[in-house]
Design a protein around this ligand. Sequence first.
Ligand SMILES: Cc1ncc(COP(=O)(O)O)c(C=O)c1O
Length: 383
Amino acid sequence: MTEKKIRGMDVVITDVEREQIMARMNRVLSRGWFIWGDEQEEFQKQFATLTGREHAVTLNSATAGLECLFRILADRGRQIVCFQANNFPSPVMAALRAGLEVTWADIDPQALCPSEVELEQAYAEIRFDVLVLTWTGGFVSADVEAIRRWAKDRAVYLIEDASHAAGSFSGGRPAGSFGDTAVFSLAATKALHTGQGGMLLTDDAEIRDRVFRMKNYGRTELFQRGQYVEPSGFNAQMTELQAAVGNVLIQTMPLRVAERTRWAERYAPLLPELGHRKGCAPNFYKYPALVPRAEDQAALKEFLAGRQIELGSAIYEFVTPALDVWAQAPHPTGPWAPGDFPQALEYSRRHVALPMHNGLSQEDVERVGEAVTAYFRQTRQAP
Ligand SMILES: Cc1ncc(COP(=O)(O)O)c(C=O)c1O
């Protein structure tokens, strides 16, 4: 009998969720109105409640939300934005499009983002005035309060890229509640998703209003009634059908997080996950862990593939500032080499993401555990 393949990533909608989504979608279809309405209003309210924020704005992606925010910050005189060196590239592209300069901080691999030490190093080199922290894999830094104070003392505007972190907490506070403004991705594979989509959270009413106008062709109001007032307007709207998905999945999210937390507890004795320190309750969007040697990254992947087990996609196997793509965006603070960020480089070569999703069963997780143990036994290493 051939063994069932265990996927590294899967997206599961339960029958109950499907029924609830279909009921909401039916209401949208019978109204015949897809672009703005009750579903999005409700979704914004639910998100604001989840994160303890005053304002939430639906978008078609996190990238669009970040681009709107960067444009507003540029208009307010901000000039240089610092990203962590292990990161998804699209937020950086958004900052460059908004006319900001970009600089980088190395990461603390245990925290999966920079600590004050790496921030201080980066700040000593280039005095940035915007900082984007990414909650990689759903892990909010245990040092987030200290980082907030660090940023406040230097008048650095703090943005949480909480794209991976819906439903994560640190010190009892939810992801999305720490930065001056936070952005979540709701793209198809995320811990909370609407197929495609994004959400911006802020307590700043001017940011809310301008992002609303920017995502709406630069108009003050929806549809033809509005005045065109934002020259950087574009179309970055969510649809009611997407919000219908979000309104259901945001309510069931704690159940999915609880299940993934159980899988993480099974994995922890084999390969302790990164980023998860006292006070953090990650959503386990991913389970990133360090392997003892760089060669184990590819070797473990191959070993598991031989047993019909796929790893999750690594986050990230590259040092973002050293990607070739930036050579086409010449920039006073570049170019950067991977070795400029030694901790991000080491992490990029030495981490794996064990299978983590809600399509796993207890049996699957046991099989992954046994296979990882067998790999380390074979290579005679303690993990
Ligand atoms: C950390 C991070 N930021 C931003 C994004 C962009 O999100 P979106 O696809 O919603 O634009 C992603 C997408 O994968 C991401 O992983």
